[in-house]
Design a protein around this ligand. Structure first.
Ligand code: PLP
Length: 391
């Protein structure tokens, strides 16, 4: 065996996205102790940078030492106790995982389902809240990575406030890519991931809890069933008034990487980052539509960072994706669940949301589709991309 050297790829799938070289460099800095005063100072800065990225003053804001799925589990295991009821609005894969989490907490999941590719129906959500006056929380995904759909978090949180229950938001793919206002929208509990629009390495999950949610956690009657994810214990390490005692060994170098990625986001500015994602999406859209591919999500609810497109029946999904990967080192995502085999999910996330990647994807995908016998005009598609940037 030899050292592992990964092939050089361009990552335009549903995550991980291309990591900014500045972040990879940060990752390779010397490991120090996780209770070293220098490290603790960096942790404090990381909390502050996370609060800025989430647009919140929530004191209980920190990265969980595990991927986005662990952030999801942290939220549900800490907020729920046996017998609680949670309304889950599902319109893709990740709402289904929320259900799994709720049920494993011994709580009841009340499902409100919308078609995959559609946004969450606010009226149906309100009906569920009316029908379940004792619901403890309503949970939903902001950016459904399985379908490329954005949900109206502001409206859904407004309902949560009206019916006096907690709002729980999955922002794994939205943070850094589209507008997200934790305090202004009244989000009570939110979790994200590092490997999507933050373009950091996978393996951390930023979370944030409102004071109301933090109180629910402090006043639990039963212990959180997960020792590792119990925030009452984790805050002994991450809490600002804590003595910073040992809970688990923090992933020191990954946290350097997160600090760097949040710094990059702060330097660019949140609004500028959202605008960049929107512009590159417009350019990709122009190119892919000129190639004859169809976006499956209505314009109003499309995610700029995750573009779900359908292709003609004559095209073989796996052949195209492996040609992209093997011949051009370009990774795009396959369809998931109900959409497997019929759509591609093209990510433009974080550092990977740039003009070169848009042009690469449109031209290379055009070539591969032409080789499959689809009548495409690649140069016209490339010109359509250029026209968006020139406008
Ligand atoms: C990727 C993703 C997750 C899971 O994150 P992991 O880091 O893979 O555990 C959860 N929710 C959504 C919407 C995602 O896109």
């Amino acid at each position: 065996m030899k050292s592992f050297h990964p092939p050089v790829r361009t990552l335009m799938g549903p995550g991980p996205s291309d990591v900014n070289p500045r972040i990879l460099e940060a990752l390779s800095r010397p490991t120090i102790g996780h209770l070293d005063p220098a490290f603790i100072q960096m942790m404090d800065e990381t909390k502050l940078l996370l609060q800025q990225a989430f647009k919140t003053d929530n004191e209980l804001t920190m990265p969980v030492s595990a991927p986005g799925s662990a952030g999801m589990e942290t939220v549900f295991t800490n907020l729920l106790e046996r017998g609680d009821k949670v309304i889950i609005c599902q319109n893709g894969v990740f709402g289904g995982r929320m259900k799994e989490n709720v049920e494993r907490c011994g709580a009841e999941a009340i499902m409100v389902e919308d078609a995959w590719g559609s946004t969450i129906d606010i009226d149906k959500a309100e009906q569920a809240l009316t029908d379940t006056p004792d619901a403890k929380a309503i949970a939903f995904v902001h950016a459904e990575t399985s379908t490329g759909v954005r949900s109206d978090v502001q409206a859904l949180c407004g309902l949560a406030a009206k019916y006096d229950c907690l709002s729980i938001v999955d922002a794994v793919t939205s943070l850094g890519g589209i507008e997200l206002e934790v305090d202004e929208w009244g989000i009570d509990a939110i979790y994200s991931g590092t490997q999507k629009c933050l373009s950091c390495v996978p393996g951390l999950s930023p979370v944030s809890f409102s004071e109301r949610a933090a109180r629910v956690i402090r006043e639990r009657k039963s212990k959180v069933q997960s020792w590792f994810l119990d925030l009452n214990l984790v805050m002994g390490y991450w809490g600002s008034d804590a003595k910073r005692s040992y809970h688990h060994t923090a992933p020191v170098n990954s946290l350097y990487a997160l600090h760097e990625s949040l710094l990059i986001l702060q330097e660019e500015g949140l609004q500028n980052a959202w605008n960049r994602h929107a512009l590159n999406h417009e350019a990709l859209l122009a190119g892919l539509e000129t190639l004859g591919l169809k976006f499956i999500v209505d314009k109003e609810f499309r995610l700029p960072q995750l573009n779900a497109v359908s292709f003609p029946d004559s095209i073989d999904d796996a052949t195209v994706r492996s040609a992209l990967l093997n011949d051009y080192n370009l990774e795009i995502g396959a369809g998931l669940g109900a959409l497997a085999g019929s759509v591609w999910r093209i990510g433009l996330m974080g550092f990977a949301s740039n003009k070169s990647n848009v042009l690469l994807c449109v031209s290379v995908l055009g070539n591969v589709l032409a080789a499959q016998g689809m009548p495409v005009d690649v140069s016209k598609a490339v010109a359509a991309v250029g026209a968006v940037y020139a406008a």
